[in-house]
Design a protein around this ligand. Structure first.
Ligand code: HEC
Ligand code: HEC
Length: 290
């Protein structure tokens, strides 16, 4: 339809030339408050783009003349929080760990700090209450691979296990299957014997054969009767709690190709006072030794 601008007789204004079924549209100017608000928002947005981070570039972005960054803001917040926590932790920082344990006030500080640090750092592997999960040991029982004294825990947490740190706890079970130290049937027999230690099988001729293999190959790390050897980090094979499952298949898999779990060295991420609090917290979970 051709547009035809005409003067409206009633208002004296031009029409836009659009017409729908006899209805014509008047070309009224924008209300000035609307117009100026619009101009103000444009000015504001240009100002905003100059002041704050805005235009993206190829390998970065224009950071704005105020240099504001939400990441810096978070870093500052985190630093403030750390300073606040450090103030609390300062109370136990220079006190020997045994002394902290004997002082109920300091122990309350350690417990709170330890609980928070445990939830933040340890829970994913060891469970919320230190109950452990497959591949990650229970920390809430008196069953320790490396020892449950305060000093043991402090050392384990500080340097880790097979963490790559020079002072990490190290232990290495031989890869009896993969490296051909034992034949598959010998491994199966050894597993039959281990199942009796786990309480999952009765003594049998097969297990007796396995016991001989065990005496020759395994006692150096797991102890004469599978009770474990802390000096070399050989876990106890007695009882019902195990790192890697208690089926015959799981035991055969471990003897064939041991998994060698890794526990990080926390001195890379946590300060000494936090580690002290963690050791006290873990110690108090139920399995602490004196
Ligand atoms: C990435 C998983 C992971 C995280 C996170 C982790 N651990 Fe561990 N931790 C392990 C593994 C795996 C072992 C057992 C290593 C082995 O096979 O000997 C272990 C062992 C331990 C032991 C030794 C237990 C024993 O029986 O002697 C202690 C104590 C311990 N962890 C405490 C902690 C604390 C405290 C934290 C948090 C600061 C933590 N762990 C975080 C994986 C983890
Ligand atoms: C040089 C030391 C060493 C020797 C020898 C050794 N082990 Fe181990 N064993 C370990 C260590 C360390 C672990 C824990 C390993 C891990 O985290 O993977 C382990 C773990 C195990 C486990 C898993 C325990 C669990 O809680 O799930 C079984 C089963 C086992 N060994 C059986 C044997 C048998 C059977 C032999 C002999 C044929 C043997 N080991 C010889 C060091 C040794």
């Amino acid at each position: 339809m051709p547009t035809k601008i005409e003067k409206d007789a009633f208002s004296g204004r031009d029409t836009t030339g659009h017409e729908w079924d006899g209805l014509k549209e008047l070309n009224n100017p924008l209300p000035s408050w609307w117009f100026w608000t619009f101009v103000a928002t444009v000015v504001w947005s240009i100002g905003f783009c100059i002041v704050y981070p805005s235009v993206p570039g190829i390998s970065g972005y224009f950071g704005g003349i105020w240099g504001y960054s939400t990441r810096d803001a978070v870093t500052a917040d985190v630093a403030a929080l750390a300073a606040q926590r450090a103030q609390v932790l300062d109370k136990i920082k220079d006190v020997p760990i045994e002394k902290v344990r004997q002082d109920p006030t300091l122990m309350a500080v350690a417990n709170t700090a330890g609980r928070i640090a445990f939830a933040n750092n340890c829970q994913p592997c060891h469970g919320a209450g230190g109950e452990g999960r497959p591949g990650y040991p229970v920390l809430a029982s008196d069953r320790w691979i490396w020892g449950g004294k305060l000093a043991d825990l402090q050392q384990t947490i500080t340097f880790g296990i097979r963490s790559g740190h020079a002072e990490a706890r190290q232990s290495q079970m031989l890869r009896f299957g993969v490296d051909g130290v034992l034949k598959p049937e010998e491994i199966a027999s050894a597993a039959d014997y281990v199942m009796t230690l786990y309480g999952k099988a009765q003594p049998s001729p097969a297990a007796a054969k396995g016991q001989a293999i065990f005496a020759e190959n395994c006692v150096a790390c797991h102890g004469d009767s599978g009770e474990g050897k802390r000096e070399v980090g050989g876990p106890s094979l007695k009882g019902a709690v195990h790192l890697y499952g208690d089926t015959r298949e799981a035991v055969i898999a471990q003897i064939t190709n041991p998994r060698m779990g890794v526990m990080p060295n926390w001195n890379a991420r946590l300060d000494a006072a936090t580690i002290k609090a963690l050791a006290l917290y873990v110690h108090a979970l139920g399995g602490g030794e004196n």
